[in-house]
Ligand binder design. Sequence first.
Ligand SMILES: NC(=O)c1ccc[n+]([C@@H]2O[C@H](COP(=O)([O-])OP(=O)(O)OC[C@H]3O[C@@H](n4cnc5c(N)ncnc54)[C@H](O)[C@@H]3O)[C@@H](O)[C@H]2O)c1
Length: 387
Amino acid sequence: MKTYRIGVIGLGQRIAHVLAAMQEVGWRLRIAGQVDPAPVGAPILAAAGIAEGPRFETPRALLAAGPYDLVMVGTPNHLHFEHIGLALDAGFPMFAEKPIVRTQAESLALASRLAMGGAPPLFIGLVMRSMPIVREVIARVESGALGEIVSIDATEHLPAEHGGYLARNWRRKAAWGGSYLLDKVCHDFDIFSRIVGARPAKVASFGGRRIFTAERAETAPKRWDNGEAAYALGDAGWQGANDAFQSDMDVTDHQTAMIEYENQVRLSFHANSHVGLTERRWYVAGTEGTLIADLVRNRLMVRRALSRAKPERIDYGDRTEDAHNGADQAMARDLLASLEDGAAFPVTPFESLEAGLTVMAIDEAMQSGEVIDCRPMWACYDAAMKG
Ligand SMILES: NC(=O)c1ccc[n+]([C@@H]2O[C@H](COP(=O)([O-])OP(=O)(O)OC[C@H]3O[C@@H](n4cnc5c(N)ncnc54)[C@H](O)[C@@H]3O)[C@@H](O)[C@H]2O)c1
């Protein structure tokens, strides 16, 4: 294997973790150039023994100094559209973090550009697609073992420190992150569309901010029951705020959503960023069988509706502190297989755009208080792809 020349735009925690996972699974790599005014991922890279590489002032300067075998985009979400566009112009294969872009207008513009063809390979970091448990969920649904999918119930509930980090980090502002759901659970909505096999037809959503508010700044407990300080997890990074409760946050800290898909599958979703019992769980009910994927404990449970036997349980183990449970390493292998052997990457840029648009429609429904008919949005998207 050659040593991969990597160019990085946005050397934050995420890209540093992905690079470390790539090295761990056997990539030979070298950061041949990077652009970042203050690389938040530097300590993670140092711990992995990867040199930061030469710094460039701008993405244009970095790209002009190519060629690169892979350009990695890990900037905050509002910069993805610009940075992906520049790297597409330069023509190097690219790995860009999710959400692929932040707004509907950016989604349509990028769809139009990609549909014209001729773009270099673009891999999006919807990392859950690479997880063995998620692959099994998709395989079970596709095998017909559950019959027709009827309805789905899903959650993502984060531990208090994670929520406190989101309230202090750039993700707290819609202008940078997009929204709580767009940044955090575009992964899940990507998989839901995949297993439902259709696009959302109607969405509704309710959500708001009731945890990390200035009103609770004085009264909310700030210590764990063992006396340790709470909400102190690490440096909040680029544009970080000091106080999770007084941070000018304008995205939600809890949200619910309902979707009716074009093929009559119905889904409900519940997310909360400050819980005592963490959960990321998909309950998929088909006409003939039921499946529960517990993504926190990395366990799958399946049983036919008319079975009196014990449920089948698969424990994938591999649990890690970052709650990614080996997904980064699995994605790093998928990326290498695509670049070395031309193997299909588990998710396409178009699926990534559709996942983003789904969440954007959910947020629009929450803001308007109305049920949103998604058909006009998909019509615009399809028209954009036809140029
Ligand atoms: N796939 C996943 O599971 C996953 C997990 C975490 C983050 N992410 C995504 O990765 C991306 C980065 O998130 P993160 O957690 O690493 O954030 P981060 O704050 O740790 O890193 C962002 C980096 O971008 C840099 N930056 C800011 N403006 C820049 C500019 N104009 N040019 C170059 N660099 C600039 C910052 O200095 C920082 O180092 C986001 O899109 C996020 O949604 C994905």
